[in-house]
Design a protein around this ligand. Structure first.
Ligand code: ZN
Length: 416
């Protein structure tokens, strides 16, 4: 409402020359006797037509498209954590307001303003500025997930969530449940399992790209294959990887150049995990993390099909080249903080995060960081919109004293 009132105010002509030196607004309206001109200071006389106009806008929206209701009724989507965040007094009021706007699909981007008759165009001004022929619409998803102007903040947002998530997986992996103590058959008291280190001889997941809780290296496919080739039991030689790749691509019906081979090997998944059980097949997991638009109900499935397509040939390549069992694991969160708890925890479990407590802790951390990234992205959006620059060094929140690990990673990448 306040934003719309401000927009309306911008459209009216304030008069400063009255003796009281207070702002007065003038506007016209159609009556039975013709056009009437009104003039008034800020008060009920001005607020009333604005509220009437807003009421009319709501009624004019298409029926049966209540985005908020559908969004909040999605099952198993971590709505509990969205509620916790909105109720958190440590979250700034402006951030809460912007999150509510995005959850209700009312964030004042050009698509929303155009829909409500408050903008002459739904197109993205940033994209139009760099290419006058651009037809990119400035939707909320465009701002958060696509607009090239915001590419650097978007990468920073991705890293700010994923690096802490992956580090948390490493810390909590390989901690297993201790055996349940014996209970009498008539016991009614639930005894929860307690965490205990996994026996040393049992295979543990290795995450060699995680350096610290804030620093994660990114390995290329070639780095991953070299790591496997360095295994004492490996028969694969590092200097034959390029030739093997060329042969694999030819077997797929391609006629690759040296550059094609190099491009195939330099793909860089978000993470990797290895496991070497004694006397059993070694395991490799290629990890991908995506912060995706969660506007549609099937947002996660769509995005994960896309992510699997990106690495399916590499999974096949490494499987054929080595004796390792290779799979891809996707971690996907929605830009508005949606996270499917069941599939998320199942994937944590597959990487050795076994305790309920650890899984829940990582779920909470991931949603919290995602909602923080939501706000940081919008701060960058407003900066680009009003200062018409992609210089992120002058943003006020860079000077903020309170910084979470995720925000620290975000700012580090933004300023690098
Ligand atoms: Zn754009």
């Amino acid at each position: 409402m306040a934003d719309r009132a401000a927009d309306t105010g911008r459209g009216a002509e304030p008069i400063w020359s009255w003796p009281s030196n207070r702002v007065r607004y003038s506007w016209t309206s159609e009556t039975d006797t013709g056009t009437t001109t009104h003039s008034a200071g800020w008060g009920t006389t001005v607020k009333h037509p604005i509220s009437q106009r807003d009421a009319g806008l709501c009624r004019s929206q298409p029926k049966g498209t209540n985005f908020t209701k559908a969004f909040l009724e999605r099952r198993d989507a971590s709505q509990d954590l969205l509620g916790e965040y909105l109720a958190d007094s440590n979250v700034k009021e402006a951030a809460t307001r912007r999150l509510l706007q995005s959850v209700s699909n009312q964030f004042p981007c050009n698509v929303t303003l155009f829909r409500n008759g408050l903008s002459p165009t739904p197109l993205c001004p940033q994209c139009t500025r760099s290419n006058p022929q651009s037809q990119q619409r400035e939707s909320f998803g465009h701002i958060q997930c696509w607009c090239p102007t915001l590419a650097k903040p978007r990468t920073a947002a991705h890293h700010s969530i994923w690096r802490e998530l992956l580090a948390s997986i490493k810390i909590n992996s390989n901690i297993t449940r201790a055996p349940l103590p014996a209970q009498s058959s008539d016991s009614t008291t639930e005894v929860r399992p307690t965490a205990a280190p996994r026996p040393a001889k049992t295979a543990q997941w290795e995450f060699p790209t995680v350096v610290t809780s804030t620093m994660v290296k990114e390995w290329t496919i070639k780095d991953i294959v070299c790591h496997i080739a360095a295994d004492p039991e490996s028969v694969l030689q590092i200097d034959e990887i390029d030739d093997k790749t060329d042969g694999f691509l030819r077997a797929q019906g391609l006629n690759p150049s040296a550059q094609d081979v190099a491009d195939f090997l330099k793909k860089r998944p978000d993470g990797v995990a290895f496991r070497r059980p004694v006397g059993a097949q070694k395991q490799l997991r290629i990890l991908e993390f995506t912060r995706a638009s969660d506007t549609s109900d099937d947002w996660q499935e769509k995005k994960e099909v896309e992510k699997n397509l990106r690495y399916c040939q590499h999974v096949k390549f490494i499987s054929e080249l080595t004796s390792w069992h290779v799979e891809q694991i996707n971690f996907t969160v929605g830009i508005r903080g949606q996270l499917q708890s069941t599939s998320f925890k199942r994937r944590l479990l597959s990487l050795g995060v076994e305790t309920d407590k650890a899984q829940e802790s990582i779920r909470k951390l991931t949603v919290r960081r995602t909602l923080e990234a939501h706000e940081l992205m919008l701060r960058c959006y407003f900066s680009a919109k009003y200062s018409n620059t992609q210089d992120w060094s002058n943003l006020s929140f860079l000077q903020s004293a309170t910084t979470s690990i995720g925000k620290g990673i975000f700012l580090h990448h933004l300023s690098s």
